[in-house]
Design a protein around this ligand. Sequence first.
Ligand SMILES: [Zn+2]
Length: 313
Amino acid sequence: MWETGAFEPRIAGDWLFGRGAADMKAGAAANLHALDALRRLGLQPAGTVYIQSVVEEESTGNGALMTHLRGYKADAVLIPEPEDEMLVRANTGVVWFQVEVAGLPAHVREMATGTNAIDATYRIIQSLRQLEEAWNARKDEHAFFDETPHPINLNIGKIEGGDWASSVPCWCRIDCRIAIYPGTDASVAAAEIRDHVAAFARHDPYLSNNPPTVTFNGFRAEGYVLDPGSAAEAVLAEAHEAAVGAPLKSFTTPGYLDTRVYALYDRVPALCYGPVSRNIHGFDECVSLSSVQRITGAMALFIAEWCGTETIA
Ligand SMILES: [Zn+2]
């Protein structure tokens, strides 16, 4: 579905195409080249800079969590995720879960005697959509979410079920992702999901006798808010203005970010700021090369101001 191969990098004008071009190989390159830029001026940071390259930002956050558990500490963190040259003010946490329904197999000629697990799952999905809307209705209770139209997205990312067109399906499983507001404990949200599915099942003619199972199988992560006014943000704003020529804007993103590890567990200013991109996670993902250069420049200036510099001996 890509114009050219997902793993065959291609440059067209200002855009570099390829899987991960923006999310997040551009940022990984910027991390290194911000330091290289200082070195080319004969300078190095006067404070320790840790370059961290981690796994599983897309599924658990365990890579970033491991850096915390291993005891790496700093006074601020900067993650150049593709954020269109803006700073993330707040994000949502994410909970992954699976719902599995067991049905009763039967030949389709006796369809009434069997119970279609796919149909039953479909009913559960509709009920989960109601939970999704109930959570979205709470958005004005959360700082920095008033301008985000639909921060809580329930994604039914995967569905499997049934074995044969002429057999009533006796099993169905869905893999789901839902967002949670910063300040919401992921375990509390998980319990609410479990209770919601159980309550729906109790009123369903079939599911009441065959309750579905809910399993939490991946992300279980809280969101964070970057409180305005931190020294780190002020330094980044100055660096951004110098490198880009415009004031730094901030926004709320309804998605997961590893910055949460540093904001919630290291309790340091966690800055998520990176290049302009298109179609991350989609077809023909690409990143603006001029934007990568701008944010790398801003990052070099940020490091120089935050850590100070010294001349390379
Ligand atoms: Zn991603």
